[in-house]
Design a protein around this ligand. Structure first.
Ligand code: PBG
Length: 323
């Protein structure tokens, strides 16, 4: 054949492929979610992930995290049912698990960025992200609690507040509240397009935080929508978000790409629990090479336009990258 263009020439050796690669996965764009609890326990739904006691969190910081080059950790608290109530009061406990965990990570690993999840569901006996009245999720009353919760985390030393609740107006209220208390350097990672997704199953099993009634569709987004995500994006940008998130990631690559084109702040994507566990399960069944598939997934999320990825595989991927 008399072909002038032979695209295969640009794939002919590893050296050519590596130098021409358009997307690069590196540890510094990964954030590892971590769960803290009263006692250390394997999270079966999340395979190798563990809930860590504060003592074991400190040990992880002193060993593995101390030399880690990931961007940081996102902290979640898994509290005992006896501490959950309708007001989610434990969310405001300055000596609660989450603020204590923040203090430990910042003390031992000051080089890591500490993100905290702000939403009521892990502390609410209703398992909803907001206060419930007559079967409805209240917006403005919830935001009043969320901004106090954000302040508790900021006082403990959190670098980034990550509201995952999807109440209207919470980014702006949290921003103002933090500023009024002298925390203008604390950043906000907004869960901007957080979809009502069935991919959160293993996470809810881990925190025992599934809603006690109904679903989250009156606050989390409808997965059939994309233009609506742009509306959420403009609100969060106006309200002062420093980084905007799309969640889940893998089934929402089109939304990530749209955010990249329309956002003047960096875009984060959350490779959520269901996405992670599906890969691990298929690997355990011998159907796929789990590490190769996970790598391909993370690269696809970056290729779509994400600047950083929250993933349960962050530390594992960092180890593989350094081989
Ligand atoms: C709580 C919250 C959820 C996740 C992060 N924060 C669950 C939910 O909204 O029900 C899910 C994370 C994951 O599945 O990995 N607001």
């Amino acid at each position: 054949m008399n072909l002038i263009n032979r695209p295969r020439r640009n794939r002919k050796s590893k050296a050519v492929r590596d130098s021409l690669a358009e997307t690069h996965l590196s540890a510094c764009s990964l954030i590892q979610p971590l769960f803290v609890a009263e006692k250390t326990e394997l999270i079966e739904a999340l395979f190798d992930q563990r809930k860590l006691s504060l003592k074991d969190l400190r040990a992880l910081c002193e060993t593995r995290l101390k030399n880690s080059k990931i961007m940081g950790v996102l902290l979640f608290a898994s509290v005992d049912d006896s501490l959950k109530d309708a007001q989610a009061s434990e969310a405001l406990n300055e000596k609660g698990l989450l603020p204590e965990a923040v203090r430990i990570v910042k003390e031992v690993c000051p080089h890591l960025e500490v993100f905290t999840d702000v939403a009521l569901d892990p502390f609410s006996s209703d398992g909803h992200d907001g206060l419930v009245k007559n079967g409805k999720i209240l917006n403005d009353e919830t935001v009043e609690i969320l901004k106090e919760m954000a302040l508790v985390h900021a006082k403990a030393g959190a670098d980034w507040i990550a509201p995952s609740d999807m109440m209207d107006g919470r980014v702006g209220e949290i921003r103002t509240h933090l500023d009024e208390h002298g925390f203008e350097d604390v950043s906000i990672l907004a869960y901007t397009a957080k979809y009502a997704s069935s991919f959160y199953g293993p996470f809810r099993a881990a925190l025992d935080s599934a809603p006690s009634f109904g679903d989250k569709k009156t606050y989390q987004m409808d997965f059939r929508n994309k233009t609506e995500a742009l509306r959420e994006l403009s609100e969060d940008l106006l309200e002062g978000a420093d980084m905007v998130m799309v969640k889940p990631a893998l089934s929402y690559l089109d939304v990530i790409a749209k955010f990249k084109d329309n956002s003047d702040v960096p875009v984060a994507a959350y490779n959520v629990s269901g996405e992670y566990s599906m890969v691990k399960l298929a690997e355990r069944e011998g159907l796929i090479d789990g590490q190769a598939v996970q790598n391909e997934i993370l690269v696809s999320i970056l290729r779509a336009g994400a600047d950083v990825i929250l993933t349960y595989s962050a530390l594992e991927v960092e180890e593989l990258l350094s081989l």
